[in-house]
Design a protein. Structure first.
Lengths: 241, 405
């Protein structure tokens, strides 16, 4: 008699013969390759499994001067290093090329989109669906109205299956909401950076320390905090803490 | 001739220091138990409290099937010297209880196809198998010999460790006839209907007309009827052993100096890489084992992100494993095992192609977006005065022109 496993193996063999080896595989046969996008802060990466996960939504919630934008820029730089295209939806029209260059972003290879929320929503599904960019960053820095939040939340809800298929990482930068975040249920990772203290070098402010709280994560590190240094310029000549 | 080998107490063979053992799942269900407990009525699927009540002196441990699976696989590999056809059945022995180890509560079974052998030759071979298993793994085994798998699996129930049970060709039906119908792999519905028909032995089932059984129970019924009459046509599948690479270094005295261990491990990494390169293989799993002077064995392993045969990388991984082990006693022997061996997948290295490809792909996306939404929302960053002392003057963000898109 053929056991269930033998029957299953026969079916798998048939499918693989017909459609190729990668058409169907046992989960344990898939090599555990960690292809997350590093955040550029090893202490943070260690807590979130190596970085921002592909095929998922990551939300960074923070106030100005919290390290939110730097964190996003570092992720963009690591995505480019991995050979991925990066698309930035800059609703705030606040993209700073100098800061991006300082964080290691190749600004010549960034596609920048600036428009209102309606256009953004229309373009977002096209951009993600094209499977070309490996990282899409949406900066919703100006506080969105309730209607816009709802529209964006619905758009992201529709995007979730597409993200999984295209393995595109979606990074959403937003301000802290008084109530529940409008996309919190779709985000696999939510980070909340907060300003902690200034760094001084040669009598001048050279950066600050940001404390990043992991608000939501599938692993055991949810709720943990990590302090990361955000430096303004590489010419500051060190940090006096 | 097919041999069904039953190792009755593989649980104790894996954990000789603590027995008898009851291994339970997270939900408090017995997943395996030592043979002595099986004799006292402990069964797979039983609640832990009930099993403990049957044998209060037993040690209850959480079930981790990894060591048992590894042992079973090793035993199966060792049997390959007798035949290339060695099979580890899963869930066949008692499918209704679904044991994890293809066993009754404490044992593991293997099928070995011995080919066309005479009775005396088969008996001799079985004797050698038993001796090998006893010498290598310190486990006694029972062997049932028959012309097919099902009859052999029933015969092994009557065998004793030094007394294999042989069912001669042509006598399978007669041998099976007196055994309970429950030994057949029946599903619940067929079992219920046979019970209602008053059929309790395999012999009673075998005497039913084959066509009537097919009409009543379909294909499954026909298959069961064939088994009951002693006709099992399922072959023993061929086993392909997993390739592993072992490397051992024995020291003259116990080594406590970490630097010496580090240099030894780096050397072993290089040697391992050399061996793998000779065989055109890569590894993705490294296991490091230390034998210490206080007679303990420390073991740890690491799965690499990608298969490799690079000496430095292997050496670095071994050093990380050394950090994990935190060995305080002197080390007398170091063993390194490379598992998950595979032939390397060739990749075209292209130093400059990625950026170009990336650039081209973004251009494609840009073109698509422009066609669909126009170019009012699309911007690019242009370097203006890269050496300007004010950062905001170094770059300019410009709308993308139509012709560019």
């Amino acid at each position: 008699m053929y056991t269930r496993e033998q029957k299953l193996q026969a079916v798998i063999d048939d499918i693989q013969k017909k459609w190729g080896d990668k058409a169907i595989r046992k989960a344990r046969a898939v090599s555990p390759v960690n292809d997350n996008l590093p955040t550029g802060f090893p202490s943070l990466d260690a807590l979130i499994g190596g970085g921002v996960e592909r095929g998922c939504l990551t939300e960074i919630i923070g106030l100005p001067t919290s390290g939110m934008t730097t964190l996003a820029l570092k992720v963009m730089a690591s995505a480019q290093q991995e050979g991925d295209g990066v698309v930035l939806f800059d609703l705030a029209a606040a993209f700073d090329p100098a800061a991006a260059t300082f964080c290691g972003v190749d600004i010549a290879n960034i596609l920048l989109l600036r428009d209102d929320v309606d256009s953004l929503i229309s373009m977002l599904s096209d951009v993600v669906g094209s499977a070309i960019p490996g990282l899409v960053v949406v900066n919703t820095f100006p506080r969105l109205s309730g209607k816009e939040q709802f529209q964006l939340s619905e758009a992201i809800k529709r995007l979730m299956p597409l993200l999984i298929v295209t393995r595109c990482a979606l990074l959403l930068l937003s301000l802290p909401a008084s109530g529940r975040s409008f996309v919190s249920q779709y985000a696999s990772l939510r980070l909340n950076p907060r300003f902690d203290r200034w760094f001084f070098a040669n009598g001048d402010v050279s950066g600050f320390q940001s404390v990043i709280t992991i608000l939501k994560y599938k692993g055991e590190n949810e709720g943990r905090r990590v302090a990361v240094p955000i430096l303004f310029d590489d010419k500051s000549g060190g940090v006096d803490t | 001739m097919i041999a069904c080998i039953l190792i009755p107490d593989i649980i104790s063979a894996c954990s000789p220091e603590a027995k008898p053992l009851i291994l339970v799942s997270n939900k408090g269900i017995v997943r395996a138990a030592s043979l002595s407990l099986a004799h006292k009525g402990v069964r797979v699927g039983m609640r832990t409290q009930a099993a403990h009540a049957l044998c209060p002196e037993a040690t209850v441990m959480p079930f981790d099937d990894q060591p048992y699976r590894e042992l079973v696989e090793t035993v199966a590999d060792s049997l390959l010297i007798f035949s290339s056809k060695v099979e580890l059945p899963v869930g066949f022995w008692r499918p209704q209880r679904k044991p994890l180890l293809s066993i009754h509560p404490s044992g593991a079974i293997f099928y070995v196809d011995l080919g066309k052998l005479r009775k005396t030759e088969a008996a001799q071979l079985v004797h050698e198998m038993s001796a090998l298993l006893l010498a290598t793994f310190h486990v006694p085994c029972c062997v049932g010999l028959a012309s097919n798998k099902f009859t052999a699996s029933v015969a092994v129930r009557l065998a004793q460790p030094n007394n294999p049970k042989l069912v001669q060709r042509g006598f399978e039906g007669r041998f099976l006839a007196r055994h309970s119908i429950n030994l057949l792999p029946l599903d619940k519905e067929i079992n219920r209907r046979l019970h209602q028909l008053g059929i309790s032995t395999i012999g009673q089932f075998a005497t039913l007309p084959a066509d009537a059984v097919f009409n009543q129970f379909g294909k499954q019924g026909r298959f069961l009827h064939m088994l009951a009459t002693g006709e099992d046509t399922c072959p023993v599948s061929t086993r392909i052993p997993k390739a592993k690479e072992h490397l051992t270094r024995v020291f003259d005295g116990a080594i406590e100096d970490k630097q010496v261990l580090q240099s030894a491990l780096e050397g072993m990494g290089c040697e391992l890489a050399k061996r793998l390169a000779e065989k055109n293989l890569t590894t993705q799993l490294l296991e490091l084992t230390f034998a210490t002077d206080d007679k303990h064995t420390l073991k740890t392993k690491r799965v690499l992100h990608e298969p490799t045969a690079h000496g430095k990388l292997l050496g670095r991984t071994l050093l990380r494993l050394l950090e994990q082990l935190k060995c305080e006693a002197g080390v007398t022997e170091v063993r390194v095992m490379a598992d998950n061996l595979a032939t390397p997948v060739m990749r075209q290295l292209d130093l400059f192609g990625t950026a170009t490809l990336n650039d081209n792909r973004l251009s494609d996306l840009l073109e698509k977006l422009t066609m669909r939404f126009g170019n009012e929302s699309l911007y690019s960053v242009v370097t203006a005065e890269p050496d300007h002392w004010l950062p905001e003057y170094r770059y300019v963000i410009e709308p993308i022109e139509e012709e560019v898109a």
